[in-house]
Design a protein around this ligand. Sequence first.
Ligand code: DSN
Length: 418
Amino acid sequence: MPQPRQSNGWLDQEVMDAICAEQNRQSDGIELIASENYVSRGVLRAMGSVLTNKYAEGYPGRRYYGGCEHVDVVEQLAIDRAKQLFGAEHVNVQPHSGAQANAAAYLAVLEPGDRVLALKLDHGGHLTHGFHLNSSGHFYQFEHYGVNTETEVLDYEEVMDAARKFRPKLLVAGASAYPRHFDFEALRRIADATGSLLMMDMAHVAGLVAAGLHPDPVPWCDIVTTTTHKTLRAARGGMILCRKAHARAIDRSVFPGQQGGPLMHMIAGKAVGLGEALQPEFRTYQEQTVANAVCLGESLREQGLRLVSGGTDNHLLLVDLGSLNRDDVTGKSVETAMDNAGLHCNKNMIPFDPRPARVTSGIRLGSPAATTRGMGEPEFRRIGAWIGEITRDPVNQDLQKRIKGEVRDMVKDFPVPA
Ligand code: DSN
């Protein structure tokens, strides 16, 4: 296991101490937050490079500053690798985050007040898909579709009905907490029937898409946005893929529409991560990520826990704790108990959740980070058994302490890349 780096004079002592503590936290526990991952040493090195010193407003070959010849190479590498990986006609790698990517996509194709149809936040959607406190909900008129009441999976006839009623200018797909595949052929049919543009926010599943393990949105969508740091495992940030017809509008919306100078060190980290995603090992990693999520789901079901939609097709699971009918077993209480046991996850609303967002009836679990450490089905089966014990007795601190010790023993064989 890598030892935490020691504070060493030339770094700010207080900051370095916190970084070391965080490095230990990331090593000692098991990361089950579905949106997190561990980047490679190459990605880390690029992010911590002198590229942070450079202003480079504009795009490769068209900058508003001198001295951009080397950052041009870096940004072009990131663009070319993303195009190759996803088969996209045009790519913009400058968005600082997924939220910025989505805001730029909206700015490119919408006018204030335009109608947009997206997945409900409490059915797995995202804040940037029209939440009233997000700029998307402020500037545009959003309506939302949900999952089917019985199956908890999207019913595309229901989405079609919602689109026919609302006539959106933009139909948005994608989610933060949806364990099933999206059907882009069906979504395109709906967009065409209602004269809408189609956008997919593939932030969660970008790595699976790159590996061919999730249906590919690129041939079907006008615009595809993503983060680069979740299953894709590159530097933290955002990216937009689009058809040539939208290239100019997208580029202008990112800069100068949304942002000023690009974060060239982060773009370098994206380039490195995208290069890694082009290697054959990346597909093996993604296959194991999905296999581990499926295995965790089976293990949780054996523990008597109900999964939203009955299971998973991707890297994440939503556990319905409300089905246990106990006031002391909520998303909040289980998240805290699991944290105490060294198992890190987040509470999450489940579809039709009677509890508020600060409490919730669900937890969201993901396999990407622990899979990067090399964990496989035996480890995920054991994680499921631990979660079963915790959900049966979430206030038992002795149990949490015992599991924390067992987690520490297990992770010794699975070093965090750093
Ligand atoms: N908050 C991220 C997630 O956890 O899914 C998305 O923004």
